[in-house]
Design a protein around this ligand. Structure first.
Ligand code: SF4
Length: 888
């Protein structure tokens, strides 16, 4: 059993893992204390995938490392000599380990001589970084997870922690159950997190600044501010309060701007004002905004004004999305930072240059993510290396990013799996993945933990630090990139943090600079800072006084945050606001989580959530198709009617890509307006219009292989199965209108010429059924009908895919009689750990008279393992109880 950490979210849970894929939460890790969520629990099922990239490729041709690395190094070297270092760029990832991140930044900023290295963390928490630097003088998270449990009030802003940070959410639920923590959720959507909220403020998107400006004014007017924090003129409180009064001229004005009831707003303000132990958790709903930095500072202002920071149970706490977003910040992973929490001031540049003995030190910030891909598109960046991320699907204006990559003279992509981005690469480099490499990560509470290898990498896949080292050596910097392993890189990273650091830089892990390789192997989780000579205990909280910050005078800074509405307003042409975000069991663009069948059972397809009033006005029915169009692109999505959405706003998940659905990535629709301070793009406020498409037919397809389906016009989505793939299909043009139905069906089935094809057709009823059999085994089957209700359930047909088909079974198969009582509702797993579906759950609640989550757990096991499903179990329990309650 190896102690490692989860590669998904920023909670940074400790995991116990074995080479055979057995996974458990680590009871000794401070982040999770043995807990684990559904994604973490399924990690074992992501190991050993046959689809991994295992050998370097040059333009589709498999080759060896020497040829691939020589080509990368030589092309970069030529590009640096003309047109120059700024024509080279790296785009990396919060999935990288700190050691990978460190050497990539050193190569780019210290030796190639440009700061054109940015990271997908720009899309995640760049606004928090900028907000921290403005308020604290340095990018430092003041508190820790224990504060969530010690708080009397927890305010979640733009955070669906129940789905996106599930283990922290479980800790919050346990704290609420133990001592009655009050919980306020501020989010335009009624998310699963609202299940435990005492108050949900469903504010108009983009109005967080007026809400928190109004809170600051309220704190002043009710005498709740602490003069020790507000009285210093240098702290900027007067200007911040002026701006707050401008953004929030009165309670009624805030309520009108944010579209909230005055009574709810008053309740929140009073609750905050009267509760000293208050923690504000915020996440992508705050950060992913063209006003994200101001939102962050509007929240921090309220904590500074009351002195509620740096003490147990209080403080602002940004939840990072990715497992090592924080580690990336430590090494200067963002284009506007240098290593060890320094910037591009001349003294910082000189210090890092001397420490690295750098030959070509970057002297100014580089291009931030959106700017970087714009520069690729306009041809000023000519050689690009992408490591561990999939921008062709995840960047806003993803269509433009694809065009940029297509036009770029030289694109290198390092990854574990084929992606939309590797398809556009000149050189693909196979990366060692989770469980196959060693290094460290830092979670949202500054806790550094080890990731440890426990199985070999496939084929010739190598850790990213090794690949960067090899390129650096081949470019002529062998001495600077002589590392023998990640421990050596970590020691150098730790030493740099302490280099000429007299306490002015808070990020200091100098106490770890002399770890032996054995110490590094045994490394236990610890929170920075960890200065030389100050013991090995780490630091759980910082800033417990008004003059303990990383500014020139040591005082925190209040920041004036004027209100700016959504950067792109809706209008008559595009009257709805598109919000994007995560679902519970998927991660990023599904390159890992999308390979686990049981993680697809919670949400098996991308859907557009819309309020029933909007749906009725637009003529959209539940499950029907809508064409969604923004100023940047268009797609087709099925709709889900839900009052969890505000009227006038729709929501789509960010995960599904072209590999999984014809809808493609939703980021094709999203614009790329960025925050002027942080450069983080607005991902949650794109104006769109919807057009209903009347569904003429529905289909289900089961296939052994996942090869691409023929082009439209129709919608499809794919769900991986243990022995193949299930596709849902729907069309808005008549089936019989197709010029060659036979050819289209044959391409859908993917049937080779030797396949035996059996078919049934009733054109009058619009009913078509096909099966393709190879060597006596069912290779694919396809059902098409006018109505979804006429289709057999795909989860029942799955059981015969790839198996021998007897003559009797053939008849039954085409008649759709294979357990056709199952419905989609049955297939939706609520608890993926114990495979408990909605129907079984409702049945058990009624028949066994279950009245609480603990009774459900005792009866079915549901909710007793990872706990990710607890909010939905609670919703379903309430809904069944409401239906059963006698009419008043
Ligand atoms: Fe992994 Fe879940 Fe923990 Fe996040 S909460 S680190 S996804 S186990």
């Amino acid at each position: 059993m190896i102690r490692t950490t989860c590669p998904y979210c920023g909670v940074g849970c400790g995991i116990l893992a074995t080479a055979d894929g057995t996974i458990a939460g680590d009871p000794e890790h401070p982040a999770n204390r043995g807990r684990i969520c559904s994604k973490g629990a399924a990690l074992g099922e992501t190991l050993g995938s046959t689809a991994r990239l295992s050998h370097p490729q040059i333009r589709g041709r498999t080759t060896g490392w020497d040829e691939a690395l020589d080509l990368v190094a030589e092309t970069f070297r030529q590009t640096i000599s003309a047109p120059g270092p700024d024509a080279v760029a790296l785009y990396v990832s919060g999935q990288l380990l700190t050691e990978d991140y460190y050497v990539a930044n050193k190569l780019m900023k210290g030796f190639i001589g440009s700061a054109n290295i940015d990271t997908n963390s720009r899309l995640c928490m760049a606004s928090s970084v900028a907000g921290h630097i403005r308020a604290f003088g340095e990018d430092v998270v003041p508190g820790c997870y224990d504060d969530i449990e010690a708080a009397d009030l927890v305010v979640l802003v733009g955070s669906n922690a129940a789905w996106c940070h599930p283990v922290l959410y479980q800790r919050l639920v346990a704290a609420r159950d133990a001592h009655g923590t009050r919980i306020v959720v501020i989010d335009p959507r009624r998310t699963a997190t609202c299940e435990i909220a005492d108050l949900h403020l469903a504010l108009r998107p983009g109005t967080d600044v007026p809400v928190f400006a109004g809170l600051l004014v309220h704190l002043v007017e009710t005498g709740c501010c602490d003069p020790a924090w507000t009285r210093s003129p240098a702290a900027g409180f007067a200007a911040a309060l002026d701006a707050a009064r401008g953004a929030a001229p009165s309670l009624r004005a805030v309520a009108a701007t944010a579209d909230l009831p005055v009574a709810d707003l008053t309740r929140f303000y009073d609750c905050f004002a009267l509760t000293e132990r208050t923690v504000s958790l915020y996440s992508q709903g705050v950060n992913q905004s063209a006003a994200g930095t101001d939102k962050v500072n509007a929240i921090i202002n309220c904590h500074l004004a009351t002195g509620r920071i740096g003490r147990p149970g209080m403080g602002p706490l940004s939840l990072t999305g990715q497992p090592n977003a924080m580690g990336g910040r430590e090494v200067g992973g963002l284009a506007n930072q240098l290593a060890a929490h320094t910037g591009f001031a001349a003294a910082d540049v000189d210090r890092v240059r001397r420490f690295w003995n750098a030959s070509h030190m970057a002297i100014r910030p580089g291009l931030k993510a959106v700017e970087l891909f714009n520069a690729v598109l306009d041809g000023s960046v000519k050689a690009l290396w992408i490591i561990g991320t999939n921008p062709a699907a995840s960047m806003p204006r993803a269509g433009g990013v694809r065009e940029a990559l297509n036009n770029c003279p030289f694109v290198v992509v390092s990854d574990c799996w084929p992606t939309e981005t590797t398809r556009l690469a000149d050189v693909v480099l196979p990366a060692a993945g989770w469980g196959e490499k060693d290094g460290t990560v830092t979670n949202s509470e500054r806790c550094i933990s080890r990731q440890r290898a426990f199985r070999p990498a496939p084929g010739e896949a190598r850790p990213d630090w090794w690949v960067v080292r090899e390129v650096g050596r081949r470019m002529g910097w062998g001495e600077a990139f002589r590392y023998r392993g990640p421990a050596e890189i970590f020691r150098e990273h730790a030493a740099l943090s302490a280099f000429e650091n007299d306490g002015g830089r808070i990020f200091d892990i100098g106490a770890l600079a002399e770890l032996s390789d054995e110490d590094y192997d045994r490394f236990q989780p610890v929170q920075w800072p960890l200065r030389r000579g100050r013991g090995a205990a780490g630091t759980s909280r910082l800033f417990n006084g008004p003059a303990k910050f990383a500014t020139a005078d040591g005082r925190a800074r209040f920041v004036a945050t004027p209100y700016r509405p959504l950067a792109e307003p809706t209008d008559r042409e595009r009257p709805l606001v598109l919000n994007t975000g995560r679902v519970r069991d998927q991660w990023h663009t599904m390159t890992r989580s999308g390979r686990v069948p049981r993680l697809m059972t919670h949400k098996s397809a991308p859907v557009l959530d819309i309020h029933p009033e909007d749906a009725e006005r637009l003529g959209l029915a539940a499950g029907g198709l809508a064409r969604v169009e923004s100023g940047y692109g268009a797609t087709v999505l099925p709709v889900r009617l839900t009052a969890e959405q505000r009227v006038g706003e729709v929501f789509a998940p960010m995960h599904w890509t072209d590999s999984f659905t014809s809808s493609g990535p939703v980021d094709r629709l999203v614009g790329a307006v960025t925050d002027p301070v942080s450069g983080q793009p607005e991902l949650k406020g794109t104006p769109v219009c919807l057009t209903p498409l009347s569904t003429r037919w529905r289909g289900c397809l089961l296939r052994r292989v996942a090869a691409p389906l023929p082009e439209g016009p129709y919608w499809w989505t794919r769900v991986p199965l243990d022995r193949g793939h299930a596709f849902d299909l729907a069309g808005w043009e008549p089936l019989l209108g197709r010029p060659s139905l036979d050819d289209w069906v044959s391409r859908l089935l993917g049937a080779p010429p030797e396949a035996e094809l059996i078919a049934y057709a009733d054109p009058g009823r619009g009913d078509f059924r096909f099966a393709s059999i190879i060597d006596g085994r069912l290779d694919a089957c396809l059902f098409l009908a006018r109505l979804a209700a006429a289709l057999p359930a795909t989860d029942a047909l799955v059981t015969v895919l790839g198996t021998e088909i007897s003559p009797g079974m053939r008849r039954g198969l085409l008649a759709g009689r294979v357990n056709n009582h199952a419905t989609t509702e049955d297939a939706q797993a609520i608890c993926v750990c114990f495979a408990v579906g909605r129907r079984a759950l409702c049945h058990a609640i009624v028949e066994r008279r279950l009245t609480s989550l603990s009774e459900i757990g005792a009866a079915l096991g549901a909710g007793t393992n990872c706990g990710s499903c607890l909010p939905e179990l609670q919703q379903i329990l309430r809904s069944v109880q409401r239906k059963q309650a006698p009419a008043a």
